[in-house]
Design a protein around this ligand. Structure first.
Ligand SMILES: [Zn+2]
Length: 158
């Protein structure tokens, strides 16, 4: 069940470019080395998660400190401030829409900041695997877990 109209959905989808960054590669390598198999660049999924493990309904997003307005590292460019304010606000709003979509559809959604991935990609992979195990054992209390390693952590109990 889609919470958006067809027009809204395609607009959101097209505004989120699929990307293949160094950071995603780092995480993928870690997951792969731990035996986690997944599809990369899953185009059919809403918001184009950076990594998606369909089997366990786990969607992973790596949020760029600049484009997603990291509270620690985002620095507003000196010129065109109005443009940038609007742009970043729109991105954050879109992140929330995407997050809501996965929550409503029973997925585990994990969002990590770029700076956390850079700092310790193997710890991020550990977190992802922990969630997959919880899902797998059916013991998980949390349907959704949005985790920021900077201490900003939100759990949604369903
Ligand atoms: Zn950051």
């Amino acid at each position: 069940m889609d919470v958006f109209t067809k027009e809204q959905r395609s607009k959101i989808m097209s505004s989120i470019r699929s990307k293949e960054t160094k950071l995603e590669k780092m995480i993928r390598k870690e997951l792969w080395s731990r035996g986690i198999r997944y599809r990369k660049n899953v185009t059919g999924l809403f918001g184009s998660p950076d990594i998606a493990i369909k089997k366990y309904k786990v969607a992973i997003f790596i949020d760029s400190c600049f484009w997603h307005g990291c509270p620690i590292h985002y620095r507003r460019p000196c010129s065109n401030t109005d443009f940038w304010d609007k742009k970043i606000r729109k991105n954050i709003l879109r992140d929330n829409i995407v997050t809501d979509y996965y929550i409503q559809n029973g997925w585990i959604i994990l969002r990590f900041w770029e700076h956390d991935v850079k700092k310790n990609s193997s710890r991020i992979a550990d977190e992802i695997i922990k969630m997959i195990r919880k899902r797998h054992s059916r013991k998980q209390r949390y349907n959704i877990w949005i985790k920021r390693l900077d201490g900003n952590e939100d759990n949604f109990v369903h």
